[in-house]
Design a protein around this ligand. Structure first.
Ligand SMILES: Nc1ncnc2c1ncn2[C@@H]1O[C@H](COP(=O)(O)OP(=O)(O)O)[C@@H](O)[C@H]1O
Ligand SMILES: [Mg+2]
Length: 277
């Protein structure tokens, strides 16, 4: 019995769908139909049962059925770890999507505690070739499935970094404006990196146990600048302080976990993933 299954899915005014109700169970599902009938739209709705912007990375407003543009709703019965949950997510008037779990208001982060969802779709076939952002998002989604609180730390880090970037853009030099912000970034940043490293360790451990022909990958956390990011929050805060002048010139935070990248190597042949296909 899988740990996660959608047992019922209802879409209202979501993309091309007016009202659709699908009853299913834990068995695998194939959706087929002519081009443009709304298959991927259904998958997009399912992806919204986990935190974030879904498989298309679209805004809540884009998902509303046009031309009516009344807002949309996705409702699902999820079986997770042997328990049933009713998950509702919707958007009104183009506003950010809201979430309710078992009839109680919830956050997107709370969705991550119920539904551990990961996707690898054709649109991601350049994952290893293109920029670090996509790989970092993929890694964070994997990490989230081991550490639901990873999402909170990423939010805290990003909120503080936005504040720091505002100061940098205004060319604020006075250290006392930065200290509290950088210390919060450092604290969240260290947790973010530790969770990412732990996720990679989990993946390596399960690859070793797996009896499969699927190619094994060596995955490591790197960053474009090859700077050692300390795993101690005091030291990371010092690194942020040391970089302030360079960051002021750049108008943004140049180093930190937000620049992490995932480096993959096809283990059997020692070929980097970016050179494999
Ligand atoms: N916000 C929207 N409102 C109404 N229709 C939409 C919206 N977004 C996409 N569509 C329609 O959905 C269809 C594509 O659905 P999709 O799920 O990608 O098809 P497929 O079955 O080929 O995967 C297109 O006809 C497109 O016009
Ligand atoms: Mg499609």
């Amino acid at each position: 019995m899988p740990n996660l299954a959608v047992e019922s899915l209802t879409l209202s005014h979501f993309r091309s769908h007016h009202v659709v109700q699908i009853e299913c169970d834990a068995r695998p599902i194939a959706i087929y139909g002519a081009n443009g009938v709304g298959k991927t739209n259904i998958l997009e709705a399912v992806s919204l049962l986990s935190p974030g912007r879904g498989v298309r990375r679209a805004s809540a407003e884009e998902m509303t059925r046009r031309p009516e543009a009344l807002g949309w709703k996705v409702k699902a019965i999820l079986r997770s770890q042997g328990r049933l949950h009713e998950v509702e997510t919707w958007s009104e008037n183009g506003a950010a999507r809201q979430v309710r779990i078992d009839s109680k208001a919830a956050t997107q982060v709370m969705l991550g505690r119920i539904a551990r969802v990961l996707w690898l779709i054709p649109a991601m076939d350049r994952l290893w070739i293109e920029g670090a952002d996509g790989r970092r998002r993929f890694l964070d989604r994997m990490t989230l499935s081991f550490h639901p609180s990873h999402a909170d730390n990423v939010l805290i880090y990003e909120k503080n970094m936005r504040e720091r970037n505002r100061l940098l853009k205004d060319r604020v030099k006075d250290a006392h404006w930065y200290r509290a912000i950088e210390s919060q970034m450092a604290e969240a940043g260290v947790k973010i990196r530790a969770a990412r490293e732990e996720a990679l360790a989990h993946i390596h451990a399960s690859q070793e146990q797996a009896e499969t022909a699927f190619p094994t990958a060596n995955l490591t956390l790197t960053n474009a600048e090859s700077i050692d990011i300390p795993n101690n929050s005091d030291e990371l805060a010092v690194l942020f302080a040391d970089y302030r002048n360079r960051d002021i010139d750049a108008g943004r935070t140049l180093i930190g976990p937000h620049r992490d990248d995932l480096y993959g190597v096809f283990a059997a042949k020692n070929v980097p993933a970016k050179d494999s296909s």
